[in-house]
Write a protein that binds this ligand. Structure first.
Ligand code: TYD
Length: 228
């Protein structure tokens, strides 16, 4: 049926919006399923834990890229393709735009054409019908990250550990401000390059307003698919 993704830097509120969209779809009578990348199959969950739960494990940029892609390839084959084949709406919290932004730009694996063909290959040619990019100004993104991490996160303005909600920053969260600036810019560049697919939304909007904006767009998309 249809395949939609939600993207953005850490702390942009993607997971909340993805969940709300799935709830809304179900309320309106659609069968919907939610995946979060990396993850969603036994292999993809194992890869997730290698990538995110072991911040001291050395993983260079290229193997990091390949591991995210491997997790995605298994998810598409085992879960996303079969769900779409049975008429479900598939919502994915992150997909290959995250690889382009985090590994391509963040980790500076500059070969974007190669990354783009790897993305297409790992996704088995599947392209999201719509991607919502939740964009945040850099200062706001840094504030939200700091709230989620600890003193290990060496960034000016981070909150003291006693106010932190999480105990340890994951591998990506240790990367620092310049990394996140490159990631955010790459997401903006992707949105500019593919305006027919990627809708850039203001991540500072109230949660309800964002959910409404996403739902309005999703409803249009669904109406168009059932008409055509
Ligand atoms: P997660 O805990 O799901 O964070 P978030 O709530 O921000 O989505 O962690 C996913 C992390 O993995 C996040 O920092 C982005 C990163 N990531 C990549 O670097 N490349 C990728 O291809 C994907 C899917 C995620």
């Amino acid at each position: 049926m249809i395949f939609v993704t939600i993207e953005g830097v850490d702390g942009a509120g993607k997971s909340t919006q993805a969940r709300r969209l799935v709830n809304r779809l179900e309320k309106e009578g659609y069968e919907a399923v939610l995946f979060r990348e990396p993850g969603g199959t036994p292999l993809s969950d194992k890869i997730r834990s290698l990538l995110l739960d072991a911040p001291d494990l050395a993983i260079a940029p290229l193997p990091e890229l390949l591991l995210f892609s491997a997790a995605r390839a298994q998810l598409v084959k085992d879960r996303i393709r079969p769900a779409l084949a049975t008429g479900k709406v598939v919502v994915c919290d992150r997909f290959y735009d995250s690889t382009t932004a985090y590994q391509g730009a963040g980790r500076e694996i500059a070969d974007l054409d190669w990354i783009s063909s790897l993305n297409a290959r790992a996704a088995d040619g599947l392209r999201p019908h719509r991607t919502w990019l939740l964009a945040l100004p850099p200062e706001e993104a840094a504030r939200r990250r700091a709230r989620r991490s600890t003193p290990l996160f060496k960034e000016e303005g981070s909150v003291p550990p006693e106010q932190a909600l999480r105990t340890e920053p994951d591998r990506m969260e240790q990367a620092g401000q310049a990394f996140y600036d490159r990631v955010a810019k790459a997401f903006d560049d992707l949105a500019a390059a593919e305006p027919d697919r990627i809708a850039r939304l203001d991540g500072t909007l109230r949660e309800d307003d964002l959910a409404d904006a996403i739902w309005r767009d999703a409803r249009r998309l669904l109406a168009r698919r059932s008409a055509g």
